[in-house]
Design a protein around this ligand. Structure first.
Ligand code: SF4
Length: 57
């Protein structure tokens, strides 16, 4: 996992969802494709998530 990912401890990085990384000039946001619209940018770091499934290598 590249060093520049925000919140390296977040579950999202290891999730099979898979999350999408949305870059702006100054930030990188984690977009979850499984969460409803109003929660698609879950508060980070995500430490537990009912929708988490471990990503296969
Ligand atoms: S399902 Fe949960 S852990 Fe997986 S990417 Fe979405 S918010 Fe993160």
């Amino acid at each position: 996992m590249p060093d520049e990912l925000p919140f390296p401890e977040s579950l999202c990085h290891r999730c099979a969802a898979p999350p999408r990384y949305v870059r702006t000039k100054s930030s990188l946001f984690i977009l979850c494709p499984l969460m409803p619209e109003e929660r698609k940018y879950p508060p980070q770091p995500v430490r537990s998530c009912p929708l988490f499934r471990p990503r296969e290598k």
